[in-house]
Design a protein around this ligand. Structure first.
Ligand code: PNS
Length: 159
């Protein structure tokens, strides 16, 4: 049986923290669908197509598929045959929101399990919003994102 996981998020843009979790997930799923949310409440820096393309350029693995989704995550997960939702937990500050989301998703789809992964220690502080902010002010993000993302930030922000 092929075990499929779904890793949802805004990925605006994908960071080395996301990359780390994607690779860790492959220890327990055969296939991981990285699911880029169409409707993020925040105004994204990158368009949906750009966010998908940047993930594809960053992660090249036959076990990884990059898709976008609109509407409820549980419906998308069902449509790709996923049994597991993967999310990262970095700090206590993530917990409240993640717990709420996991319980809501369980209410909507009781058989879909949410699994939380802890990122590599040196990536724990990393977030897409921090990367955007550092890049916006011309800071060096080369240690935080794939070179393709660094270049895209450079082009987008003219820095
Ligand atoms: O990277 P993010 O912004 O923390 O990702 C949040 C995301 C996209 C995973 C979440 O907002 C989501 O699942 N949105 C889809 C709509 C949905 O299913 N909402 C109910 C979950 S409680």
């Amino acid at each position: 049986m092929t075990r499929v996981g779904v890793y949802p998020g805004s990925f605006d843009p994908i960071t080395k923290g996301h990359e780390d979790l994607i690779h860790r997930s492959l220890a327990f799923v055969d296939k991981l669908v990285v699911a880029v949310a169409v409707n993020v409440s925040k105004q994204p820096l990158f368009t949906l197509d750009e966010r998908v393309a940047l993930i594809e350029q960053t992660v090249r693995d036959k076990a990884i598929e990059v898709r976008s989704f609109d509407g409820l995550l549980v419906n998308f997960a069902r449509s790709v045959g996923a049994t597991v939702i993967v999310r990262g937990l970095r700090a206590v500050s993530d917990f409240e929101y993640e717990f709420q989301m996991a319980l809501m998703n369980r209410t909507l789809a009781p058989k879909l399990e949410t699994v939380f992964l802890v990122p590599a220690f040196d990536l724990t502080y990393l977030s897409s919003s921090l990367v955007r902010e550092v890049a916006r002010f011309g800071g060096d993000v080369s240690a935080l994102v794939h070179p393709a993302v660094q270049q895209a930030l450079h082009q987008k922000l003219g820095k």
